[in-house]
Design a protein around this ligand. Structure first.
Ligand code: NAD
Length: 338
């Protein structure tokens, strides 16, 4: 049986999740929903995804643009075993009653408030909490990146405290209206940034402080990390632990990748779709220990690291596989790891 997956909101995240679902051996995209006939709607049709109108009053616009619709979003929700809601922040919560009406389990994205869902989700950290759940929130790009790092450190050494400074891209490449254009903006100025509390939706008892800044870049986020461990492993041991994590790419020194620009170039050279990086990218030589303090830099591709997490969450809510099996299937189907 192929799980029938519907995607409501076919933008930056939604279109990537659709392609990732299609690549899985046990899932099919039953359709995608959009509000308007823009280039991404054209792309959906081009890719062979049945396209549904998200807002009935605006359905005529698709006809006017010569884009054929398969129906209205309600029909998609009814036909799907699971809906992935990838609408802009806040819209997911508005859509919740629609999913409930058809009794269709739904995944939401990190822009939604944690209260929208029964549980927040990261495959490496808390897959089991989403098994059989009706509403699950896949945490944001930055929270996903932090959770993937914290989970193995906690298991292996214990974590006293995480301190993370997040240098955030001002906007995604297609977000022409975002900024700053020429500034370095503490965001928020007062601590903590929302990321620390968000990571605690995955690890409720974790001590974590986060600070955020926004810079004029679109490529990736960059995290400067300090974790006080409950042990004093040497840096090489920690590096090897991180190398064993399937969704952490430890950049070898010899690759001479000095920043997010070369990282993205590397992803494109390797033929990654849209130049995506599904993995955290940790600089190998940045992994350092001073006493029990671990330091490192990692880059997070905001547009794609949550994509494999959505695929795993689909299997969790439908109870189609356990964590290990799902992560392995997803990784194999997408080609995660280098
Ligand atoms: P986006 O704007 O690129 O895509 C959203 C899509 O939803 C657009 O195609 C839009 O037309 C469509 N849409 C708007 N209203 C709709 C409605 N009522 N019904 C159906 N579709 C509707 O946004 P995005 O970047 O993909 O973000 C989606 C979610 O993912 C947000 O919660 C965001 O916080 C989260 N997220 C984004 C990123 C990122 O960096 N882009 C990373 C992780 C998580």
């Amino acid at each position: 049986y192929m799980l029938q997956v519907g995607i409501n909101g076919y933008g930056t995240i939604g279109k990537r999740v659709a392609d990732a679902v299609r690549a899985q051996p046990d899932m099919e995209v039953v359709g995608v929903a959009k509000t308007r006939p823009n280039f991404e709607a054209e792309g959906a049709v081009e890719n062979g995804y049945p396209l549904y109108a998200a807002i009935e009053e605006r359905a005529g616009r698709f006809d006017d643009a010569g884009i054929e619709l398969a129906g209205m979003v309600e029909e998609l929700v009814e036909a799907a075993d699971v809906i992935v809601d990838a609408c802009p922040s806040g819209i997911g919560a508005d859509n919740k009653s629609l999913y409930d009406e058809y009794d269709t389990p739904a995944l939401y994205q990190g822009g939604e408030d944690a209260s929208v869902a029964d549980t927040s989700f990261n495959a490496r950290a808390n897959y089991d909490e989403a098994v059989g759940a009706q509403h699950v929130r896949v945490v944001s790009c930055n929270t996903t990146g932090l959770s993937r790092l914290v989970a193995p450190l906690r298991e292996e050494y214990g974590v006293e405290k995480v301190r993370a400074t997040l240098v955030r891209r001002g906007g995604d490449p297609a977000q022409t209206g975002r900024g700053p254009i020429n500034d370095i903006v503490p965001n928020p100025v007062s601590l903590p940034s929302h990321h620390g509390p968000d990571v605690k939706t995955i690890f409720p008892d974790l001590a974590i402080d986060t600070l955020g800044l926004k810079v004029p870049a679109t490529l990736m986020h960059m995290h400067s990390i300090n974790v006080s461990l409950e042990a004093e492993p040497d840096a090489e041991e920690v590096r090897e632990l991180l190398e064993r994590q399937s969704r952490i790419f430890v950049i070898p020194e010899h690759m001479d990748i000095d920043g997010a620009g070369k990282l993205k170039e590397f992803a494109m050279d390797r033929g990654r779709p849209r130049g995506d990086f599904w993995e955290n990218c940790v600089w190998g030589e940045s992994v350092s220990m001073e006493g029990n303090d671990l330091y490192l830099f990692q880059a997070i591709h905001q547009e794609s690291d949550v994509v494999p997490e959505n695929v795993d969450a689909i299997r969790a809510v439908t109870n189609a596989a356990d964590a290990e099996e799902s992560i392995e299937t997803t990784n194999d189907a997408l080609g995660i790891g280098f």
